[in-house]
Design a protein. Structure first.
Ligand SMILES: Cc1cc2nc3c(=O)[nH]c(=O)nc-3n(C[C@H](O)[C@H](O)[C@H](O)COP(=O)(O)O)c2cc1C
Length: 213
């Protein structure tokens, strides 16, 4: 049975653009997979713990020698990786905050990279490959070539590298200039913002359009 993992990470509640995009994608996926099931995780409202020294040491200590605190951190990694393993499609909402990923997404990725669970340490091969990871990005500004802050988007280049060892390969659909309608100084960018959102929505609507039900 097809299974989708839906993850949000916005801290902007009902005003979130990425939450709207992930909801749209999940609705499209459900329409194309009437027998499919969905698991939901909200990193923005319920962040997973950062890797502390227990999580760090758990990664270099044989499981049978884990202290209780290391075992507890390892269990979080096991749970998050099991969620990914159970899914053939993952939809991740990914805002840009302070030119990087939400810290909750960084913590999620840190947990996902775990020897023996998400990659084979002896061969380096990723154990999560073969899944479709669709990342629905949202960002207040615009960072394309020729813009003043081109290169300041550190999310899009980082995520594929952060996950590379696991075999997950994200593909991105992004709505940019989302702050244009709310920041007066950006008012002249509203048409571009609307265009970016419409393009993102169109791409989302096409993701599973060819799947026959
Ligand atoms: C804490 C915070 C930091 C932000 N930092 C940036 C930034 O560095 N660059 C940018 O383009 N937009 C920034 N924004 C605007 C968000 O990227 C924008 O609101 C986007 O729509 C966020 O996705 P969301 O609506 O799903 O939360 C920031 C917003 C917040 C709340």
């Amino acid at each position: 049975m097809p299974h989708l993992l839906h993850i949000d990470s916005s801290i902007k509640g009902n005003e979130s653009v990425s939450r709207k995009l992930t909801a749209r994608a999940v609705a499209a996926w459900r329409a194309a997979h009437p027998d499919g099931t969905v698991t939901y995780r909200d990193l923005g409202r319920n962040p997973v713990p950062h890797l502390d020294d227990n999580g760090g040491l758990a990664r270099q200590t044989p499981v049978e020698q884990h202290t209780p605190a290391q075992a507890a951190s390892w269990r979080v990694s096991e749970e998050l990786i099991a969620e990914v393993r159970a899914a053939d499609t993952i939809v991740l909402g990914l805002p840009l905050y302070n030119y990087g990923a939400p810290s909750s997404v960084k913590a999620w990725v840190d947990h996902l990279v775990a020897p023996g669970l998400s990659f084979d340490p002896s061969t380096g091969s990723g154990l999560l490959e073969g899944r479709d990871l669709i990342v629905l990005g949202s960002r207040g500004g615009g960072y394309g070539p020729e813009t003043p802050r081109h290169g300041w988007d550190h999310v899009t280049p980082w995520l594929p590298h952060g996950l590379a060892v696991t075999g997950l390969e994200p593909r991105f659909i992004t709505a940019e200039l989302t702050l244009a309608p709310v920041v007066p100084a950006m008012a002249e960018l509203i048409p571009l913002a609307e265009q970016s959102l419409a393009e993102a929505e169109r791409e989302i609507d096409g993701l599973w359009a060819s799947v026959s039900v």
